[in-house]
Write a protein that binds this ligand. Structure first.
Ligand SMILES: *[C@@H]1O[C@H](CO)[C@@H](O)[C@H](O)[C@H]1NC(C)=O
Ligand SMILES: *[C@@H]1O[C@H](CO)[C@@H](O)[C@H](O)[C@H]1NC(C)=O
Ligand SMILES: *[C@@H]1O[C@H](CO)[C@@H](O)[C@H](O)[C@H]1NC(C)=O
Ligand SMILES: *[C@@H]1O[C@H](CO)[C@@H](O)[C@H](O)[C@H]1NC(C)=O
Length: 282
């Protein structure tokens, strides 16, 4: 099946699921608490547009979007756990459900006081992960809110921090390289949990529970969903190629802040890097 026929087929399947643009709705209207402690939740002073997520010795917590999306630009403002956050992971991600799921991740790996967080990005395609790229934030992400944005289109995925693109994963399906299924919608999620077996210096720095509860603050989740109406609208879902200015900014961030890129990890792949590493990245 060619790309166009495929898109038409999925348009028919998913026309009932035509995602709504939920921009303008508060978080209370667009998301709900899906697991964790009752002390987490929506704050009323902002009309429910702020959420606190708590991690204590009993449980982490998480929220998820009520809507599913098939392509779009999803954004969350996050203020991470301050001070000693070692062993904690806060996340903002998109995921489909079921076996062989697709997922596009931002994960924020905490650290001991004064040491830097890691902004960890990853993508799962048909259940397979292992495409990690990591950065040090060029600001203190616990001092104020910052914008974390995932743009997901049929042609590429872009991760943005404060509107600066930090990573692109392009669609090279025609070359046999995996990409999140073009016919599987995803929900947006955010959570905080205990990952101290691996998160901070590979598990060397564990959570100090005397500092609990650990609190991540979120606000203004916005979904500018693609108004996907089948093949004819694909162009409308794909318009946002990165311009020269964006590409220069991304290069500078990579020079300054890159911690790890799986495409440079020759040891891990015994010299046989995944196919996309040989393609133009953005
Ligand atoms: C985050 O995005 C909002 C809305 O686009 C903007 O007003 C704000 O300045 C951004 N914050 C940062 C730190 O870039
Ligand atoms: C924590 O700080 C150490 C020391 O500066 C650094 O090596 C590490 O990359 C930082 N981040 C995480 C998540 O381990
Ligand atoms: C945990 O935090 C407490 C309270 O701040 C502190 O006294 C203790 O030294 C910390 N433990 C470790 C292992 O850092
Ligand atoms: C694409 O976007 C333009 C401008 O917003 C709109 O006029 C047009 O109807 C859209 N096409 C489809 C097929 O959705």
């Amino acid at each position: 099946m060619g790309d166009l026929e495929f898109l038409i087929a999925m348009a028919i399947i998913f026309s009932a699921l035509n995602p709504n643009v939920v921009e303008g709705r508060t978080m209370l209207n667009s998301m709900h608490l899906s697991w964790g402690t009752q002390r987490s939740g929506f704050l009323q002073p902002s009309g429910g547009d702020d959420v606190t997520l708590l991690l204590d010795p009993v449980s982490g917590s998480g929220i998820k979007s009520k809507d599913q999306f098939l392509f779009g630009t999803l954004e969350m403002q996050i203020k991470l756990v301050p001070g000693d956050s070692a062993g904690t992971v806060t996340s903002f991600y998109l995921s489909s459900v079921g076996e062989k799921h697709n997922e596009i991740d931002f994960e924020f790996l905490g650290n001991v006081t004064g040491e830097p967080y890691i902004i960890h990005t990853n993508i799962f395609t048909q259940g397979a992960a292992g495409r990690e790229v990591q950065f040090y934030p060029w600001f203190d992400p616990s001092e104020d809110y910052h914008n974390y944005t995932i743009r997901w289109t049929p042609s590429h995925v872009v991760w943005f921090v404060d509107n600066i693109p930090i990573r692109v994963y392009k669609n090279y399906l025609d070359d046999g390289i995996p990409y999140p299924d073009l016919d599987k919608p995803m929900r947006a999620y955010s959570s905080i949990w205990n990952a101290d077996s691996w998160a901070t210096r590979g598990g060397l720095d564990r959570i100090n529970w005397s500092k609990a509860p650990f609190v991540a603050k979120l606000r203004k989740f916005r979904a500018r969903a693609c108004d996907f109406r089948g093949a004819a609208s694909v162009a409308n879902c794909t318009t946002s190629q990165l311009g020269l200015h964006d590409r220069i900014q991304m290069e500078l961030i990579r020079i300054k802040s890159l911690v790890y890129d799986y495409c440079q990890d020759y040891d891990r792949y015994k010299g046989l890097l995944p196919g996309e590493c040989f393609q133009q990245q953005y």
